[in-house]
Write a protein that binds this ligand. Structure first.
Ligand code: PAF
Length: 290
């Protein structure tokens, strides 16, 4: 696996792959690689001739300086894991390469970026869209892989690619979970043993949401979305009253509008602070056929 730090060297190196008509797959990351990232890299490897992975802790998508500061960084470890998972090229630029002196052009996403993370992390998706557009311009991949754990990010990026006619197919990859259901995240490493135990409430709520939707009482109601949401809030209060809730939402998975009546599918999205660590997760729940 080659390691490169400049946009021009990535472009130059990928010329050969393009000449050889190889499909170029790309996995953008902020490092601290875990099994979730590795599944993206492996899937890219199974579908593409050349796999590029980037590691760049993008400062513009952090609205909290302490969060940026605390973000784990270990490039040697990330490089070893990416290579083992099948990456051919690792792009790990410095901040100055991505945001040179005088940088002043940003991408502002629309309505999809407003609720959920957009509400609690102002400016986050502007930072994500700007860096993803830049990275896609540098790598110019045929396919770029994004995890469903960050469902809103996936939808915002899909929309941006469509709106800006970027010639890359966005491939979504299911969330990888720990054996007890907790979604893989670089933030999990910050959980104390006690908080890690308490974090199990998140997959519990998501699984219960599916079960509740399957029960006759919710599926027939015209207000099944708000009812389900209220049940989840009450369940959380009874199981983990100390958890601080940013949101528990029941939404249309594509528009991210709140749903009143769940007719077929709904996104249940959760963001909680547990033991001082902010965790997000989601699940698409499906109503039984009527
Ligand atoms: O999902 C992430 O790790 C980041 O938001 C991304 C897509 C690499 C952009 O910095």
């Amino acid at each position: 696996m080659e390691r490169l730090t400049t946009a021009s060297s990535v472009r130059f190196r990928l010329r050969e792959a393009r000449k050889a008509e190889q499909v170029i797959g790309y996995v953008p990351t902020m490092g601290a690689l875990h099994e979730g990232h590795l599944s993206l890299i492996r899937q890219a490897g199974s579908e593409c001739g050349t796999v590029v992975v980037s590691v760049f802790v993008n400062p513009t998508q952090f609205n909290d300086a302490a969060d940026l500061e605390a973000y784990p960084r270990d490039l040697a470890r990330d490089a070893a894991l990416a290579e083992e998972a099948g990456a051919d090229l690792l792009f790990a630029p410095e901040a100055g390469e991505m945001y040179p002196e005088g940088f002043q052009t940003h991408i502002t996403p629309g309505a999809l970026a407003k609720p959920l993370e957009g509400h609690f992390r102002p400016g986050h998706f502007e930072g994500v869209c700007t860096v993803v557009a830049k990275l896609l311009n540098i790598v110019q991949p045929d396919r770029a892989y994004f995890g469903e754990k960050d469902w809103q990010q996936l939808k915002v990026v899909e929309r941006m690619v469509l709106d800006l006619n970027l010639p890359t197919a966005i491939v979504s990859v299911p969330t990888v979970r720990e054996p007890d259901g907790l979604a893989m995240s670089s933030r999990n490493a910050r959980l104390s043993p006690d908080a890690r135990e308490r974090a199990r409430v998140i997959p519990y709520l998501l699984d219960t949401a599916q079960e509740l939707l399957e029960s006759a009482t919710t599926e027939t109601r015209t207000d099944s979305g708000p009812v389900l949401r209220q049940w989840l809030v009450s369940l959380l209060e009874s199981h983990q009253p100390a958890a601080q809730v940013d949101y528990i939402a029941v939404m249309d998975p594509e528009t991210l509008h709140e749903i009143n009546e769940i007719r077929d599918r709904a996104l249940v999205a959760i963001a909680l602070h547990i033991g001082g660590v902010r965790l997000i997760d989601n699940r698409i729940i499906t109503a039984p056929p009527r």
